[in-house]
Design a protein around this ligand. Structure first.
Ligand SMILES: Cc1cc2nc3c(=O)[nH]c(=O)nc-3n(C[C@H](O)[C@H](O)[C@H](O)COP(=O)(O)O)c2cc1C
Length: 191
């Protein structure tokens, strides 16, 4: 099994709904598909949609990435798909995320300002800007509840604070009962 990473730019064919907040409905549906399909294929990555353009980054087994990319390229919700990066990868860098999403433009706005770009146009990204964008999506923590696509297995291994605190509480109660009993027995023996 050989791992690869792939990033591409594309142009949305739908007209973005003006939203105060939340996710554009088309993008939301894409994320739902990703959430459903990507974990089954061991695919991880991130998606950004802004100024009518998509930037998507994928990591996974070469054949799974190619299979998905072929499907994505045929999707009529976008056009002019341009591969920006496609290369072998040693280890995954997006563990537990089948499709991370950056829902607010804040961080991307800063990225554009820092690089003196007037709008989000991933077709113009050189390799440095691509890496910065990937890092930005990777580091995004805005969407934990929204699209944390951890697999069921990985969720099961996550520590549940409720279980821990219940265990500690029961342990303390048991220790207190034993202590009280010991004091009472000690008292009876002494007097
Ligand atoms: C920009 C863009 C990104 C997409 N990313 C994914 C993806 O990561 N995973 C996925 O399964 N489908 C993705 N899709 C949707 C696929 O093109 C396709 O509609 C979907 O995989 C079909 O599967 P479904 O019938 O389970 O929805 C994307 C589509 C677009 C336009």
């Amino acid at each position: 099994m050989s791992l690869i990473r792939l990033a591409y730019a594309s142009t949305a064919t739908f007209k973005a709904m003006p939203l105060e907040q939340g996710i554009e409905p088309n993008v939301s549906r894409i994320l739902l598909s990703s959430r459903r399909n990507n974990p089954k294929k061991g695919l991880v990555g991130g998606l950004y949609y802004g100024d009518g353009h998509f930037f998507q980054y994928l990591e996974g087994d070469e054949s799974a990435v190619h299979e998905l990319y072929d499907r994505i390229k045929r999707d009529d919700r976008h056009k002019d798909v341009k591969t920006l990066i496609e290369e072998p990868l040693k280890t995954r860098t997006f563990s537990n995320w089948s499709m991370k999403y950056v829902p607010v433009a804040g961080d991307v706005g800063r990225f554009l300002r820092d690089n003196k770009l007037s709008k989000f146009d991933p077709y113009q990204f050189d390799s440095i800007l691509c890496e910065q964008m990937i890092e930005l999506v990777r580091a995004s923590s805005h969407d934990d509840k929204l699209v944390n696509y951890g697999t069921r297995e990985s969720r099961a291994h996550r520590t549940n604070p409720d279980i821990v605190s219940k265990g500690i509480r029961n342990g303390l109660i048991a220790a207190a009962v034993v202590l009280v009993a010991a004091v009472m027995v000690g008292g009876i023996v002494l007097f």
